[in-house]
Design a protein around this ligand. Structure first.
Ligand code: BV8
Ligand code: ZN
Length: 250
């Protein structure tokens, strides 16, 4: 029997907590087949996300950025939520005050059935016109797949994905809700994030200051590992179901 990768203390705290907040990053979708941001290989890895996920890149080359997001949206739609996403749905159902704070834009938490979600960086399934703000439908971005620039049918403006780019403000309601949940959390889980992008990466520390027990689940220690209570090394798709199993046995 492999030793469990997490402490009994973490299981007990999660089993009895009434206030839980969870932060997820690209690592929770890795086992669904979506490459993380700092992954080697892959067609789009020739560009750094910071080079494409910003408004200057978009204005300079709207077709390239639209094509990149169209590619990522198709990948997200073709993949399935994995047992890590599903375990977080089960955790939400056990707890009266739960918030899933995600940096991911792949919509997999929503497809897995999570309900209480704060989308810090938007959602790749939505897009809108940068001039008139109209929400564009799924087909509107298709011209970018064949080398054209996708334009708004109402005003001819460029269409962009509804995600937060570097240098852009996060949705105010999402970041406020996330900070409130982190402050009142008794347990805060940081899952599959390198914790280098702010303000999201500040949330585990906000939780710690509010008195929460903070644990991360990652295949390697993240940038905040030294500041938190527990580092659980392992794949989210393996560790989270085992953690829920242990909680349900308490
Ligand atoms: C803002 C959406 C300001 C688009 C994204 C200098 C210092 C500090 C901060 C800054 C600075 N210079 C600039 C900033 C601010 C900047 C920032 O933090 N930059 C970083 C790079 C230094 N932040 C911003 O610009 C934010 N806005 O600050 O606005 C402002 C203020 C006032 C007024 C106006 C403006 C906006 C940030 C949002 C950017 N958008 N994405 C898109 O997705 O295309 S960020 C992008 O990175 C994704 O959202 C992603 O989620 C996020 C973080 O990455 P991770 O999710 O952590 O993914 P990563 O690949 O890094 O790591 C994966 C982890 O999973 C790894 O640890 C790996 O070990 C682990 N893993 C892998 N497999 C598994 C696993 N774990 C478990 N199981 C597995 N199987
Ligand atoms: Zn328009």
């Amino acid at each position: 029997m492999a030793t469990q990768p997490f402490s009994d203390e973490l299981v007990d705290r999660l089993a009895h907590a009434r206030h839980i907040a969870v932060l997820t990053g690209a690592g929770i979708s890795a086992e669904s087949g979506i490459p993380t941001f700092r992954d080697p290989g892959g067609l789009w890895q020739q560009f750094k996300p910071e080079e494409l996920a910003n408004v200057n890149a978009f204005v300079r080359n709207p077709q390239l950025v639209q094509a990149w997001y169209l590619h990522r949206r198709k990948l997200a739609l073709e993949t399935m939520p994995n047992p890590g996403h599903q375990a977080l749905v089960a955790l939400e159902e056990r707890v009266p005050d739960f918030l899933l704070i995600t940096q991911n834009v792949d919509n997999l938490h929503q497809r897995a059935g999570s309900k209480k979600i704060a989308e810090l960086h938007g959602n790749i399934t939505r897009s809108y016109c940068i001039d008139c703000g109209r929400e564009a439908n799924d087909a509107a971005m298709e011209p970018a797949a064949s080398g054209s620039i996708a334009l708004c049918s109402a005003c001819g403006g460029y269409i962009r994905p509804d995600v937060v780019w570097f240098g852009e403000m996060l949705p105010q309601d999402a970041i406020r809700e996330a900070n409130d949940a982190a402050r009142r959390a008794e347990v805060f889980l940081s899952i599959g994030t390198s914790a280098v992008v702010y303000p999201a990466a500040g949330l585990p520390l906000t939780a710690r200051q509010g008195g929460a027990y903070v644990a991360e689940i990652n295949v390697e220690a993240s940038a905040i590992a030294r500041y938190i209570d527990e580092v659980v090394l392992g794949k989210a798709g393996i560790v989270l179901p085992a953690l829920l199993d242990a909680i349900q046995k308490r």
